[in-house]
Design a binder for this molecule. Structure first.
Ligand code: SF4
Length: 219
């Protein structure tokens, strides 16, 4: 599957796109939010000052700053709580110790933070620290389930299930993640998968099962 997707969407080098704290907070902002709105919300949030200043700001002001992100009133206190927990940890805002912790412990440290789930933790660990984890967002989840790489299950469980069938190779995992995401956005959409032009159709369980007329995705 990775080779087919590479032929369609190209090779992807594993380079951190942004520094770890940026990745972490942006991923919280990205939940149910477009990329453009996530970036705008992050930019305005950082306009409040450094991380300490964001913690000290009134929560309503933080919510206003991130209003381009969906659910700002629930995300604002979570972001402040997350920042507080990181500030009070032994390494403060420097997350580089995650590079050397056993993967299991690194995942646990991140997911123990308020507002940080397995997807956010996996993105930070794979993108920033090149650890062998596999972030599963809604697109990756939908495509891998439809093709039959994993049985139907929730997104959280899919993280573990996919790791069991994929090589423990960060560059491989990164490229597959990015290209599955792209495939889910461009071809294998929620409501109308374009199976007739899909490069995965010959190996897609849903395509075979529904004879090319794959119905809308329902979780
Ligand atoms: Fe998705 Fe259809 Fe492609 Fe299967 S054949 S991966 S359902 S677009």
């Amino acid at each position: 599957m990775k080779t087919i997707l590479r032929g369609e969407y190209g090779e992807r080098a594993l380079d951190p796109r942004r520094e770890p704290m940026h990745e972490l907070i942006s991923t919280i902002l990205s939940q149910r939010t477009t990329h453009a709105d996530e970036e705008a919300a992050y930019h305005e949030l950082r306009g409040l000052g450094d991380w300490d200043a964001i913690i000290a700001a009134p929560t309503a002001q933080v919510a206003h700053a991130i209003r381009r992100s969906n659910y700002p009133d629930s995300k604002a206190p979570r972001i402040q709580q997350t920042l507080m927990a990181i500030r009070d940890s032994p390494s403060g805002y420097d997350l580089d110790f995650l590079r050397d912790l056993p993967v299991k412990d690194a995942v646990k440290w991140l997911t123990d933070l308020p507002g940080v789930g397995i997807k956010t933790a996996s993105l930070v660990l794979l993108f920033n620290y090149h650890r062998p984890v596999f972030p599963v967002d809604t697109h990756v989840h939908r495509v891998t389930t439809r093709v039959g790489a994993i049985p139907k299950m929730g997104e959280q469980a899919a993280h573990r299930a996919l790791l069991k069938v994929l090589p423990s190779d960060p560059p491989f995992l990164y490229e597959l993640h990015v290209n599955l995401l792209r495939h889910g956005q461009r071809v294998c959409s929620w409501t109308s998968p374009k199976c007739s032009v899909c490069v995965l159709r010959e190996r897609c369980d849903a395509y075979a099962l529904f004879d090319g007329k794959v119905p809308s995705w329902k979780e």
